[in-house]
Design a protein around this ligand. Structure first.
Ligand SMILES: *Cc1c(COP(=O)(O)O)cnc(C)c1O
Length: 548
């Protein structure tokens, strides 16, 4: 028997058209649940219902991002539950309802996802809006959301009569669930036996800390004392990561390198590495799905079958690559970019727009980039990604890319596509020739978009950080920017490496040796597509984290 698991996550990408996710964390959560449904694992998931969905993005001609909440109708997409729940936050009794969504697997298995919703008439306006927005404004709003996720999540399990063997905390946001278990009379040791924690980022802003007065106001003084006893109050603040560490039996980083970096952040703590993966059937584009159906039967059920892609003829790989690229070019034309052509080498870069991802590194030396493009018949670069509305540096990065693009001349065409979501991600990762990734080391805990690209035969050119340290076989599955993964980022050296590799290796291979290029595509699928999957990841969780 597999242990039963309740998976807690602040964001989950259920579908492209349900805007309850901001980026990699939510997409990973969705892919995990899709793999669990395929494997028919006894898993359920808990998250919040964000009625003001993660936002609609418009980008002005100067690169300014305009954002507005994305309206959607939960009533049309989710099934309401009759149960009413309650959590006590300070002086407030917050009433909650829940909605259900079923994630379906290939063999008919289903994972239920429960979305907690504070927008009920019994609540005052202050409490009604708690769950409204993903990552709400200001510390009080954020802590209330995390309290609803953790405390409300445990109340939900009770209300629907589900007992689980394991609570999987996907990031520290849900760690207050341990307080709910303590309040139900469990002791800390018993709780630790039933909690597993995945930490997702070494970026300090990704680790929530709440000042004492916020904790006292939102949770009340009694709970603050308990949190102090557990060791979660650090230097006068509630540290959600410390709380998650204190209440969990197992802790995982999301790549080998990330686990190493996390061990340095939390000395003395045992830290396993389970490298992320993506849900294969979700991210394989239609031309490759058709090819795999013909040549690798059963690939949806057993993603390891993709290793046999190595036996597919190169011209078949090339044909599928061509179809996926034409599809992207059509989308670009439909979005008012008639100048983009399937005959030009196309680079893709799309992910959350935030400073450490360095979307603008490519434009570090415009003259050099122009001359490389001119030498090799032109270049096209397709960007996508939203900056969190309050992330000023992320917004400025979009502006810098759009500005650089305007002055760069005819040999380099650049576009930043609006409204990056799962649907656009699927078209982009499959349609470009090369997936570029330039994070500042060691801040890319894993990264997953390059894995989606690999599934579609698209190699990466990436800084050696996160998953790429494990996935890069230089010249076969892609190329590395820089060499030593442990050396801190050196922007000038990385820029030199990026340009040189593009100019001397990548572009000449693409232009003059189409067979060699198709072989790189095929290696990407067989070596990386077959391994960096949510199925492999989840089976490792079952074996190394969920089972005792
Ligand atoms: C996969 C995905 C991401 C994550 O991209 P990274 O390169 O891992 O940061 C973010 N947003 C969307 C919509 C995605 O599909």
């Amino acid at each position: 028997m597999n242990p039963s698991v309740a998976y807690f996550s602040m964001e989950i990408a259920l579908e492209a058209s349900i805007p309850t996710y901001a980026g990699g964390l939510g997409v990973l959560a969705g892919d995990t649940l899709r793999a669990a449904a395929d494997l028919e694992l006894p898993m359920i998931a808990v998250t919040l219902l964000h009625r003001s969905g993660y936002f609609t993005q418009r980008i002005g001609p100067e690169g300014v991002q305009y954002d507005e909440p994305a309206r959607w109708s939960p009533e049309e997409r989710l099934e309401p539950l009759d149960a009413r729940l309650e959590v006590h936050l300070g002086d407030h009794r917050v009433r909650l309802r829940a909605w259900r969504y079923g994630v379906e697997g290939v063999r008919g298995g289903a994972v239920p996802v429960y979305l907690l919703d504070s927008d009920v008439p019994e609540n005052g306006p202050d409490c009604r809006s708690i769950t409204d927005r993903l990552y709400g404004d200001g510390p009080v709003a954020r802590l209330r959301q995390e309290a609803v996720l953790g405390l409300g999540g445990i109340a939900l399990l009770e209300a629907i009569g589900v007992e689980v063997d394991v609570h999987h905390l996907n990031e520290g946001h849900s760690a207050l669930l341990a307080v709910a278990l303590l309040e139900r009379g469990e002791d800390l040791e018993a709780i630790r036996r039933r909690c597993v924690f995945t930490t997702h980022t070494p970026v300090p802003a990704g680790h929530d800390r709440f000042a004492e007065e916020t904790v006292r106001e939102v949770l009340g003084p009694g709970r603050m004392e308990r949190l102090r006893e557990i060791g979660a109050m650090v230097d006068g603040s509630l540290d959600m990561t410390r709380l998650a560490l204190a209440v969990s039996r197992r802790v995982n980083g999301v790549s080998l390198r990330h686990a190493e970096v996390s061990r340095e952040m939390f000395p003395g703590r045992e830290m396993d590495a389970i490298t992320n993966g993506v849900h294969v059937a979700t991210w394989v584009s239609p031309p490759f799905a058709e090819l795999f159906d013909r040549r690798l039967p059963g690939w949806r059920e057993e993603s390891a079958n993709l290793r046999h892609a190595i036996g597919i003829e190169l011209d078949e790989v090339e044909a599928a690559r061509g179809a996926a690229k034409r599809n992207l070019i059509e989308v670009l034309h439909a979005r008012g970019r008639p100048g983009f052509s399937a005959d030009r080498f196309t680079i893709g870069f799309a992910r959350r727009a935030t400073a450490y991802k360095r979307a603008d590194l490519l434009f570090g030396d415009l003259d050099r980039l122009r001359s490389i493009a001119a030498r090799h018949g032109g270049l096209q670069v397709v960007y996508g990604g939203k900056a969190h509305p309050r992330d000023e540096e992320g917004r400025a990065m979009i502006r810098r890319v759009v500005e650089a693009a305007r002055g760069i001349g005819d040999d380099v065409s650049v576009v930043w596509l609006e409204e990056y979501d799962m649907a656009l991600a699927g078209i982009l990762v499959a349609g470009v020739d090369l997936w570029l990734n330039t994070p500042r080391k060691p801040l890319e805990a894993s990264g997953t978009s390059g894995m989606k690209a690999a599934l579609n035969g698209v190699p990466s050119l990436s800084v050696l950080d996160g998953w790429w340290i494990e996935g890069c076989v230089d010249g076969m599955t892609g190329w590395a920017i820089g060499d030593d993964p442990r050396a801190p980022s050196d922007p000038a050296g990385e820029l030199e490496s990026l340009y040189r590799t593009l100019d001397e290796e990548i572009l000449p291979t693409w232009r003059d040796r189409p067979e060699a290029w198709a072989a790189v595509s095929r290696w990407s699928i067989a070596l990386n597509g077959s391994w960096f999957t949510a199925r492999r990841m989840l089976l490792q969780y079952v074996q190394r984290a969920y089972s005792r």
